[in-house]
Write a protein of this length. Structure first.
Length: 59
């Protein structure tokens, strides 16, 4: 069975991670300021990624 991993872009990875860990009792598999993996037991539930606005030049 193939499992998908949801990636959500957030402004503040640390705050979003702490909120979800407290609210949903998730654990952290990878912590950082730009990326976080949240798990429930051995199952990856969500990945949080820092939102970065990319400005492209106008032609």
């Amino acid at each position: 069975m193939v499992r998908t991993e949801t990636i959500i872009a957030v402004r503040n990875v640390s705050k979003s991670s702490e909120f979800k860990k407290k609210l949903l009792n998730y654990s952290s598999a990878h912590s950082g300021e730009t990326f976080e993996i949240l798990k429930d037991g051995d199952t990856v539930i969500q990945c949080l990624h820092k939102w970065v606005r990319i400005i492209t030049p106008q032609c």
